[in-house]
Design a protein. Structure first.
Length: 266
């Protein structure tokens, strides 16, 4: 296999270079993170920080490199366009190191996005990529931090875990995963019981399903059940019902009776 000229150049200028498994790993995009949708930009201003380039797992400037296909770090090094313009300026390893650490301004600065312990470059790709290959342990960069919204993630997982039951009981239609992710932005979730809109706190969904499953209906006297529940737990006509606590479940007793009569064998 013919070695790419940039790899050969790197070995000439940096004889201590050793091929490592990490250079064969994918150059990821931020959007490849499983829970990318649940990260939010920290409201605080960005800051400068010294990081280990080995902690950089991908790039955000992806359209020209890894947007349409997966590439590893060797391939990225061989594709970097900016490096082509300056590569002949470097005669020694020290020349490259000085170039990496030099504090250029504006678009030439080294910017990264931080997600947990991982970083993605958004500017200064060729210098930070070279830093990985030269095994430089610390480079100063400008950091924008994204924090995981754990509460939203918990809501998403809760909806996802019970979506099949909600569908089975005809409270919702089939929902795609991207819709569930969008729904998790809010603390409330929309369901329909006997064709009436009911807004339920997502945290209550598991308990409500148990309540629905255990709710007893006596088919021979279900109309009397409806009459009694309408009297005990009246709801304003034409207005949706909100379930904010478990005590509110009684508000939909009549709807549950009608819903079960319609959809389930009793």
């Amino acid at each position: 296999m013919i070695e790419h000229e940039r790899i050969s150049w790197l070995k000439r200028i940096y004889p201590e270079f050793k091929e490592e498994k990490c250079f064969e790993e994918n150059v990821f995009r931020p959007y490849d993170l499983i829970y990318f949708d649940f990260f939010e930009q920290d409201n605080t201003f960005g800051y400068t920080e010294k990081i280990n380039p080995k902690d950089i797992i991908g790039i955000e400037y992806d359209f020209d490199y890894n947007f349409s296909e997966k590439i590893n770090w060797y391939e990225l090094l061989c594709k970097l366009r900016r490096l082509k313009r300056v590569i002949n300026n470097f005669k020694t390893k020290e020349d490259i190191i000085n170039h990496i650490h030099y504090k250029y301004g504006g678009a030439e600065s080294k910017y990264v996005w931080k997600f947990g312990k991982h970083y993605f470059t958004t500017s200064g790709q060729h210098r930070l990529c070279l830093a990985k290959f030269l095994n430089i342990e610390s480079v100063e960069v400008y950091v924008t931090t994204f924090k995981l919204n754990k509460e939203r993630l918990v809501r998403y997982k809760k909806i996802k875990a019970f979506a099949n039951n909600l569908y089975k009981y005809h409270f919702i239609h089939r929902i795609k995963d991207e819709e569930l992710r969008e729904d998790s932005v809010n603390k409330d979730f929309y369901i329909f019981i006997s064709n009436k809109l009911v807004i339920i706190n997502i945290d209550l969904i598991p308990e409500f399903i148990k309540y629905y499953e255990s709710f007893r209906i006596y088919k021979s006297v279900y109309k009397i059940q409806i009459f009694i529940n309408d009297f005990l737990y009246p709801n304003e006509k034409g207005k949706y019902i909100e379930l904010k606590t478990k005590k509110d479940f009684n508000k939909v007793n009549t709807l549950i009776i009608k819903h079960k009569i319609k959809y389930h064998s009793l």
